[in-house]
Design a protein around this ligand. Sequence first.
Ligand SMILES: CC(C)(COP(=O)(O)OP(=O)(O)OC[C@H]1O[C@@H](n2cnc3c(N)ncnc32)[C@H](O)[C@@H]1O)[C@@H](O)C(=O)NCCC(=O)NCCS
Ligand SMILES: Nc1ncnc2c1ncn2[C@@H]1O[C@H](COP(=O)(O)OP(=O)(O)OP(=O)(O)O)[C@@H](O)[C@H]1O
Length: 204
Amino acid sequence: MIIGLTGGIATGKSTVSRMLAERGAHIIDADKVAREVVEPHTEGWHRIRVRFGEEVFHPDGTLDRQALGARVFRNAEARETLNRLLHPLIVERMQKLTEQRRKCDPDGIVIWDTPLLIEGNLTKSVEKVIVVYVPESLQLQRLMARDGLSEEEARRRVASQLPIEVKKRFADFLIDNSGSLAETERQVDQIWKLLNSKNGYDRR
Ligand SMILES: CC(C)(COP(=O)(O)OP(=O)(O)OC[C@H]1O[C@@H](n2cnc3c(N)ncnc32)[C@H](O)[C@@H]1O)[C@@H](O)C(=O)NCCC(=O)NCCS
Ligand SMILES: Nc1ncnc2c1ncn2[C@@H]1O[C@H](COP(=O)(O)OP(=O)(O)OP(=O)(O)O)[C@@H](O)[C@H]1O
């Protein structure tokens, strides 16, 4: 079973995926995969070099994520170009990792921790969708604190994704992560029970 876990930037996907992993889920992290597909001399690395040029690379050839981020979070056209170049590679790798996992654990629950699950039209690849949300003011606060961003930079990143209120409409399960971690754990427990119960969850 593949479950999509999404939300807005810094609403708490990694926090929830850690809790799900502690309960036995296998996590496939799209942000991590997105780093793998641009490692030096891979297909993704070549694609970015051709389209964005040497100025978004460090002298040692690794991707300068800050420089590329500054471009794509300011400019929707550049962001769409980057998405077009990388998303097929990211999805292909996630599918491969899922297949590998399925071979050694056919009945296990695989979580696709993916910020752009809805923007990238990936809901069709998963059986159920979990959306982790917080109010936008708290999202900005947590994003600035975690990544040391200015309010303007944080707002730009939030604005580069679908509004969380829209994402919530795609959810089979909602997690309100605006309270304590213990409150989030309780919601994760309930969802985990439903996902594992033959009666409460229809395994198609
Ligand atoms: C632009 C890049 C180089 C910036 O790197 P940086 O290390 O600063 O950020 P990181 O990759 O850790 O992403 C942090 C968060 O930004 C958001 N984000 C990343 N890429 C995008 C995007 N294309 N559109 C909207 N939001 C995005 C996500 O919420 C993500 O969790 C990097 O995010 C990237 O390569 N993005 C394109 C690939 C992608 O779409 N990744 C998202 C997962 S599919
Ligand atoms: N319930 C909570 N109470 C307080 N802080 C929290 C809570 N949940 C998450 N945080 C903090 O908020 C920040 C964002 O959470 P997290 O990194 O899990 O978000 P994310 O959705 O995975 O982010 P990204 O989209 O960038 O991958 C982190 O610094 C995390 O420690």
